[in-house]
Design a protein around this ligand. Structure first.
Ligand code: GDP
Length: 329
């Protein structure tokens, strides 16, 4: 461990939020391994919640409401706010400061914005590390908030115990759900802006789509909220609690966390390999006069020869996918 890491570890041990902040910064810059070796053994206590949905649906307002409910119960809270669009997080920090304003000065609430681009392993990389450090630090609840754009909501479901998908009425969100395959990963649907005239319609659409699915265990619940008015947040919190209890009692929690662990390991291994072979791929692609398979063979065959005992197997179904379309399986 370097001197810098040792100083961060000492701050972390002393329960200084600066220690936590710096540990996450080390992870963001790809240098978090030594601190993770030190603190990973303390993880596993926090309830982790993923919150995803389109821009403007009210994720930050919901987050603020959930922090309020958790704090009223005396729980400490960590928020990881992921901005998938930007390689810089400073704008996001400013935005969060405004939206989560009242909680920014609460010493038992730790808020961190981060960009998901530009890190090896995307969300699973630095965001996974941030969640782990917050958990090891002793925060009771960790919420990962991310804008739902394609891959990121799938990633969030890999990381979190409970995945909340927030939708807003009158936006065609339910159609997007089907397209993006989000239906299969939601543990709880949050219909925010329940004051909107189309709110009941959206709830009907979600229920209609759920009828097309077979669920292997937990059947997603639907909670209507008006986050701005703080309506429905207690019910949402209770629903999250019910899902956590289900995970624990059914043994799913252990399976889900093992799967999340495997996902992170895979992202780290592939990230390292990718960094090693990037230059070679570029060089072979430049010189190659053959087809892409032959070029790939030239690069991959020597690597495969050092892993001879490994069989080719299909990737296992990730634990966070809890539903399948009826008749398709
Ligand atoms: P985010 O982009 O998903 O984080 O959404 P924000 O939390 O920033 O909210 C977007 C806008 O929706 C803000 O102007 C909020 O005040 C507003 N908003 C949040 N919740 C509600 C609600 O329940 N009803 C209505 N009408 N507006 C809401």
């Amino acid at each position: 461990m370097t001197d810098a890491d040792a100083r961060i570890a000492a701050l972390f041990e002393a329960k200084s939020p600066r220690g936590l902040a710096r540990a996450i910064s080390r992870a963001e810059s790809g240098q978090g391994a030594a601190l993770m070796h030190r603190f990973f053994g303390r993880t596993g206590r926090a309830a982790t919640i993923g919150l995803t949905g389109p821009p403007g649906v009210g994720k930050s307002t919901l987050c603020s409401g959930l922090i309020g409910v958790a704090r009223a119960q005396g729980k400490t809270v960590g928020i990881v706010s992921v901005d998938p669009s930007s390689p810089f997080s400073h704008g996001a920090i400013l935005g969060d400061r405004i939206r989560l304003g009242e909680h920014f000065t609460d010493p038992d609430v730790f808020i961190r914005s981060m960009a998901s681009r530009g890190h090896l392993g995307g969300l699973a990389g630095a965001t996974g590390d941030a969640v782990a450090f917050m958990d090891a630090f002793g925060l009771d609840v960790v919420i990962v908030e991310t804008v739902g754009v394609g891959q990121s909501e799938i990633e969030i479901a890999e990381l979190a115990d409970t995945t909340l998908v927030a939708l807003q009425p009158g936006s065609g969100d339910s159609v997007q759900l089907l397209k993006a395959g989000i239906l299969e990963i939601a543990d709880v649907f949050v219909v925010n802006k329940a004051d909107h005239p189309m709110a009941l319609q959206l709830q009907r659409e979600i229920r209609g789509m759920m009828e097309m699915l077979d669920f292997s265990g937990w059947v997603p619940e639907l909670v209507a909220t008006q986050a701005r008015e703080n309506v429905g947040l207690d019910r949402l919190w209770e629903t999250i609690g019910r899902h956590e209890a289900y995970l624990r009692e059914s043994g799913e929690l252990a399976r889900k966390r093992r799967s999340a662990f495997a996902h992170r390991v895979r992202a780290l291994v592939l990230g390292r390999l990718e960094a090693r072979i990037a230059a070679r791929v570029a060089a072979v692609a430049q010189q190659s006069s053959g087809d892409p398979y032959a070029a790939a063979d030239e690069i991959a065959a020597p690597l495969e020869s050092v892993l001879p005992e490994m069989e080719r197997t299909a990737l296992p179904e990730p634990a966070f996918v809890t539903a399948s379309v009826k008749g398709l399986r």
